[in-house]
Design a protein around this ligand. Structure first.
Ligand code: ADP
Ligand code: G6P
Length: 732
């Protein structure tokens, strides 16, 4: 995509889509009312849309009843509500989003529940969001999708979106390492959907790196780790790490205007969170309890003020957490309280921003100790509110915010003693040190505030990705040098779609001179053996390749001939020759509109490439039925139905046969196997060779593959063979 494509898009309105609108509608006895939605995402995006104009697409927070009209607060941008039924809410939001993805993305897989029905409803709801985005995208410069609720939307939007609108995604939560993300049964669907975007943003480099690792290893996408570009499905996606900021000036102003706290009270250690198990609230309370044990001098002098906004109370884990916290508050207070003092003051409610800013300002210590957090805006808001006598920030090193807020006292929230000591240090820190730390934190947060973040993201989205450089030697060397070392290479190559582009008629698929040259280059090496494994007949593939010294496996490996091994024909083939001719005649009879039957001795292929799309389904059904009735297995190929004898033999078995025949049963000790193919029939070989070989699936980015890597097309195969032909010599 040319970089001029989204040229003026940064100035155009934006379509924002997130699960939540910036407000939630609630039903009370006196009718419907609106309330600001909780959480960092809303705090971040409302100012963006106020500034830029556009539309916010999201769920209003409740299902309207017949005759009810949704109250919409007055905002300087359009609101497009997406309605969800109760079941959808249950499965898409409470289910897949909050019981499956939320814990998984926070690296807490033990809490994740995997339910196929939840995923299906998630897909339906994502489709509905996508339709709303496309509908609202006219004239917009950017469609910007937010967070884990909508990871399946990008693909759907891309299918319909006009070309000069940039499509971007930002994840507000962490992205976990490959080993965790791959626990998700639908990891491929989510990853490939995200790659329909032009730009994907994460808070910190670590999350971006995890994502790149996942798309490379799960999808076999091509990744340039230094530029963070991903090539997949014929398009390039840029990945970036852009830590979100807060509305620094707003909080600074609110803090200055807030009512002053009466002097002479106890010191306040403040916690502010949604009531969520990722926030580490019980651990924090225990750490505070530990402080009182280790440093009794703080008793009656310090209080932990914990604010918790109610959140996701329909999910069992959240209800249990609430009970646990209630119990802990009671237990700790019961243990330490005196007639005039209780160690924990606990408020289970939302506060308005002015009051919150006052509390932030007056707190002596901010205790921000999530067990895992994408960023954590509370830490940043608190810093913005340190306008007079500054406090100390104690921050979990497992929050994204810890990547940049180095001047905080960083703690491991699981380490109660360590956290208790950090609180002690914060409570006893002298003013000079407090001022130095806060000054540095404030400088950075003021510079990297929310507006800076938004501008940077919108600017980045307006510059379309440059393409990755063509696949080259460095890449191949990186993948293969260590694998091959000094070993002999057994190179297995499919023909159609791998060595030549797919053509209307098999006779047209001839090797290009360049491909022939690199193929010969490989075959001429003493340390390399080349085998062509094809669905064509043995004679057919040998004729069209026309290179004498290669091994050929025809009919998906049912017949094999090559140097250094006896001719092989599967023993059951004789039974199929006659049957194949009968079947071919039946297929000829249904072959209309350019469909035709390729006769390959004991097997055959029914081609329908020239048949108009609208007539294909019926024809395929008929052909498959005939194939089955004749005692063959029908298998889908590129615009063709293959008739395969059901004799448990496939390209995987054929490769094994060749390896054993040529190199003996201990073949894996002497050769390194490389296999490249583009077809479903090659998947048999990929599966058989998994862990034993380096396998490449050519093209078809959307089809799942058992291959280790993907190559975009025939040109990349040529480049790969070129590298193999030129590589330093190995064992002969
Ligand atoms: P998350 O996005 O997981 O909820 P963040 O720390 O990034 O966590 O964002 C939390 C947001 O919710 C902040 O903007 C914070 O001001 C707001 N918030 C948290 N607790 C309260 C509360 N008790 N009352 C009002 N706002 C709150
Ligand atoms: C986090 C998520 C947001 C979400 C918010 C509140 O910040 O990243 O997407 O909106 O929590 O959670 P809720 O489930 O109430 O929307």
């Amino acid at each position: 995509m040319a970089s001029s494509e989204f040229a003026d898009s940064a100035d155009r309105p934006i379509v924002v889509a997130s699960n939540r609108l910036p407000f939630t509608v609630q039903r009370r006895s006196d009718g419907l009312s609106v309330q600001a939605a909780p959480g960092g995402l809303v705090s971040a995006l409302d100012p963006v849309l106020c500034h830029q104009g556009g539309t916010w697409i999201g769920w209003p927070g409740l299902e309207l009843r017949a005759g009810e009209k949704m109250p919409v607060p007055d905002r300087p941008y359009a609101i497009a509500p997406v309605q969800l039924t109760d079941t959808e809410l249950q499965r898409y939001y409470h289910g897949f989003s909050n019981r499956t993805l939320w814990p998984l993305l926070h690296s807490m897989p033990g809490r994740s529940r995997f339910d196929r029905r939840d995923f299906e409803v998630y897909a339906v709801v994502n489709q509905r969001f996508a339709e709303a985005m496309v509908e609202r995208s006219d004239g917009a410069g950017l469609v910007w999708i937010h967070d884990y609720h909508l990871m399946l939307s990008p693909r759907r939007v891309r299918e319909e979106l006009v070309r000069d609108v940039a499509l971007a995604f930002f994840l507000h939560v962490p992205f976990p390492p490959y080993d965790i993300f791959r626990l998700l049964p639908w990891d491929r669907e989510l990853l490939s959907s995200l790659l329909a975007c032009d730009l994907i943003g994460f808070h910190v480099r670590g999350y971006a790196r995890n994502f790149l690792d996942c798309v490379e290893r799960t999808l076999g996408a091509r990744v340039d780790h230094s530029t963070m570009l991903v090539e997949y499905g014929g398009r390039t996606t840029r990945v970036c790490a852009l830590p979100i900021g807060t509305e620094f000036e707003t909080f600074d102003d609110l803090a200055r205007a807030a009512r002053t706290r009466a002097a002479g009270e106890e010191k306040v250690v403040l916690g502010v969170d949604r009531l969520d198990y990722t926030k580490g609230i019980p651990e924090r309370m225990r750490a505070f309890e530990r402080l009182l044990e280790l440093h009794p001098e703080h008793r009656e002098r310090v209080v932990l003020l914990q604010l918790a906004v109610p959140s996701r109370a329909q999910v069992a884990e959240y209800r249990q957490l609430k009970q646990e916290i209630d119990g802990l508050v009671g237990a700790i207070n019961g243990r330490f309280a005196t007639a005039r003092w209780s160690p924990i003051r606990y408020l289970y409610r939302s506060l308005d921003r002015g009051d919150l800013a006052g509390l932030y300002r007056d707190a002596d210590v901010a205790l921000v100790t999530p067990l895992r957090d994408g960023m954590n805006l509370v830490a940043k808001e608190w810093v913005a509110c340190q306008v007079s006598d500054p406090g100390v920030l104690v921050l979990s090193r497992l929050a994204g915010a810890a990547e940049t807020m180095r001047e905080a006292l960083l703690v491991n929230p699981y380490d109660l003693d360590g956290t208790a000591e950090a609180i002690h240090r914060a409570l006893t820190m002298d003013e000079d040190e407090r001022r130095s730390r806060i000054a540095a934190l404030r400088r950075r947060e003021q510079r990297d505030d929310l507006e800076a973040w938004t501008n940077a993201f919108v600017r980045a989205a307006a510059v379309a990705s440059e393409e990755l450089p063509t696949m080259g030697d460095t890449e191949f060397a990186g993948w293969l040098s260590d694998f091959i070392k000094q070993y002999r290479v057994a190179l297995f190559l499919d023909y159609d779609g791998t060595l030549t582009p797919l053509c209307d008629h098999p006779d047209e698929a001839v090797l290009s001179p360049e491909m022939r040259e690199v193929l010969r280059g490989c075959a001429a090496r003493d340390d390399t053996d080349v085998a062509i494994v094809s669905g064509r007949s043995l004679e057919g593939v040998r004729r069209i390749v026309g290179e004498a010294d290669l091994t050929y496996a025809g009919n998906h490996g049912l017949e094999i001939a090559g140097p250094g091994m006896p001719h092989f024909a599967h023993e059951d083939l004789v039974h199929y020759r006659e049957r194949a001719e009968d079947l071919a005649e039946q297929l000829d009879r249904i072959a209309t509109d350019g469909a035709w039957t390729e006769r390959k001795g004991p097997t055959l292929t029914f081609h329908y490439r020239s048949v108009p799309e609208t007539q294909r389904a019926g024809l395929i059904r008929e052909a498959r039925a005939l194939v089955q009735r004749a005692g063959y297995q029908p298998r889908a190929a590129h615009c063709a139905v293959e008739a395969r004898p059901p004799i448990g033999w496939d390209k995987g078995r054929a490769v094994l046969h060749i390896l054993r025949a040529r190199y003996g049963p201990a073949w894996s000790e002497s050769v390194r196997v490389i296999y490249a193919g583009d077809d479903e029939t090659d998947e048999d070989a990929f599966r058989f060779l998994s862990g034993l070989a380096m396998t490449f699936r050519i093209g078809s980015p959307d089809s799942p593959t058992a291959a280790a890597r993907r190559l975009p097309g025939v040109d990349a195969v040529r480049a790969l063979l070129g590298w193999l032909a030129r590589r330093p010599p190995g064992k002969t």
